[in-house]
Design a protein around this ligand. Structure first.
Ligand SMILES: Nc1nc2c(ncn2[C@@H]2O[C@H](COP(=O)(O)OP(=O)(O)O)[C@@H](O)[C@H]2O)c(=O)[nH]1
Ligand SMILES: [Mg+2]
Length: 504
């Protein structure tokens, strides 16, 4: 990567960086540096149903994410505790306030005052603030802990994909790291809008060269990143520069999101000439194959999580850190498995109804079937609570907490997932650690002696057992969901065949 920096062409200051003189003492006009207006995602394809009006602010630790959010909404340094492992979601509200959403609870609570000893961190803290920008775009500040490790990167990408876009924050003091580039390369495939924010231009005279070097590094990862927008900013608490341009960019994102999409005309009758019940066999096969593949994927993921956690026990901060690492991993597993459930649902609907209907179903028809399937699933769950959060306990058993709010407390972004979920047939899978797991692996104070560290062997045994329990319970949850899907689609397909027309 270092050689990439050396070979990067120097930026043409006269053309692209009107703020370049800053470094020699002139006033900054930190204009966004625009690439082409090239967009990969076609306008018809977006916004995705359930896409939320929030932007995710991500980047390496200490790159300036939190300072950026504060500057965007003109929020002065707050006296609240550092967010640590919690996501922070800034929404508009006339009255400033904050609520913490903690796995293992149903109701939000006031953010805990910092206490000594390990505590279950809130999954997210929702902060209300009167800034006008937040009326149009909520801002999501990502946690400091874990940096851009695999689990965090996955959660960041998932959140950005389902929101308006990603603001990726880069410190002008160092070139983009491999972890940054890897994340951005995936984001270029999945996230509709990406803007790069170069911070600390007040501290680094060479920021234009660093910007050029970073652009060259990005160019090596494909055309979309090569032409991404860059916003050089200074977030010096004594006076910020460049933030207004970024604010404007976020408003543009919000306008694009709000732009009306072409509405389908009248709903035409969708006819079915298929008879008999061969479709049932097809439905069973499609669902069963995906259920087995999903179970296998969860088992493989859990094996990988096991390896990562054991490595962390050996090389990192040992037992006291394990709950934090494991919780992040289980969060990422939940996100990945949930998206898979939704993708499988779409594929099964496409396969079964593609065969059944006289014409291949278009996007609007698939959505109608999805909405009907959701209604069918909701009305036929036999009193069993559909929304269920899985919580690993100190005995390494897995407890179940029911209710949509309990599952929402496991989500990084909250409301977003709720309403994205509203468009989905099946409820999300949520797995996390209970509060007591955090205290369990901390050093124990012993009277008169130094604090005693827990035995790593015990810790490993607990981990292994907990992951096995998660595998069983997650498998059970998946089994229920795929069965629910099969049953709901059978009702709709059966009706369609009986009546010769899609009733959904
Ligand atoms: N002077 C200056 N300080 C900055 C800038 N960006 C961030 N900082 C400071 O760098 C520190 C770390 O920033 P923070 O936003 O907490 O980083 P995070 O870990 O990415 O959230 C804070 O003390 C910020 O005030 C900048 O552009 N200029
Ligand atoms: Mg921060």
């Amino acid at each position: 990567m270092g050689s990439g920096l050396m070979q990067a062409p120097l930026i043409d200051l006269s053309v692209t960086t009107p703020g370049a003189e800053v470094t020699t003492g002139s006033p900054v006009s930190a204009m966004p540096i625009r690439g082409s207006r090239h967009r990969r995602v076609s306008p018809q394809a977006r916004p995705a149903p359930g896409a939320q009006s929030y932007a995710v602010v991500a980047g390496s630790p200490l790159s300036g994410k939190t300072a950026l959010v504060d500057a965007l909404i003109c929020r002065t340094a707050q006296d609240e505790a550092p967010a640590g492992d919690s996501w922070r979601v800034f929404r508009h509200g006339e009255e400033p306030g904050a609520q913490a959403f903690v796995p293992g609870h149903r109701d939000p609570r006031p953010p805990a005052a910092p206490k000594s000893g390990a505590q279950r961190p809130a999954r997210r803290i929702e902060i209300t603030h009167p800034a006008a920008l937040l009326k149009r775009v909520a801002l999501v500040d990502t946690p400091g802990s874990g940096g851009l490790d695999t689990a965090n990167a996955e959660i960041v990408l998932d959140a950005a994909e389902h929101g308006l876009g990603l603001l990726f924050v880069v410190d002008a003091g160092a070139p983009l790291s491999r972890a940054d580039l890897d994340l951005l390369a995936v984001a270029a495939e999945r996230v509709e809008r990406i803007a790069l924010v170069l911070t600390r231009i007040d501290q680094h005279d060479h920021w234009p060269e660093m910007l050029a070097a970073n652009r060259a590094l990005l160019a090596s990862r494909g055309p979309r990143l090569a032409t991404a927008l860059w916003f050089p900013v200074s977030l010096d608490p004594a006076g910020t520069f460049g933030v207004a341009e970024l604010r404007h960019q976020l408003e543009t994102w919000s306008d694009q999101h709000a732009a009306p999409t072409a509405r389908p005309g009248t709903v035409a009758a969708v006819t079915v000439s298929a008879t008999g019940d061969t479709w049932q066999e097809r439905l069973d096969q499609e669902v069963e194959a995906r259920r087995l593949a999903a179970l296998q994927q969860v088992s493989i993921n859990l094996a990988t999580i096991h390896v990562r956690c054991v490595q962390e026990l050996g090389s990192g901060r040992g037992c006291p850190e394990l709950p934090y690492v494991l919780d992040r991993e289980l969060h990422a597993l939940s996100v990945r498995t949930t998206r898979r459930l939704h993708a499988d649902t779409r594929e099964v609907i496409g396969a079964v109804f593609g065969e059944l209907l006289d014409e291949a179903p278009d996007e609007a028809i698939l959505r109608r079937i999805g909405a009907a399937a959701r209604r069918a699933a909701e009305s036929s769950h036999d009193g069993r609570e559909r929304d269920r959060a899985l919580l690993v306990t100190t005995t390494s058993a897995v407890a179940v907490l029911t209710g949509a709010a309990a599952v929402d407390n496991l989500s990084a972004v909250g409301g977003a997932d709720r309403s994205a979920g509203a468009a989905e047939v099946l409820p999300p899978l949520g797995v996390g650690l209970n509060a007591s797991c955090y205290a369990m692996w901390q050093p124990k104070t012993s009277p008169g002696g130094p604090p005693k560290l827990p035995d790593k062997k015990d810790c490993r045994r607990w981990l292994q057992h907990a992951l096995r329990e998660v595998e069983v319970e997650a498998g059970h949850e998946l089994g229920e969901r795929y069965a629910e899907l099969r049953q709901a689609l059978a009702v709709i397909a059966g009706d369609a065949v009986d009546h010769g027309v899609l009733l959904a």
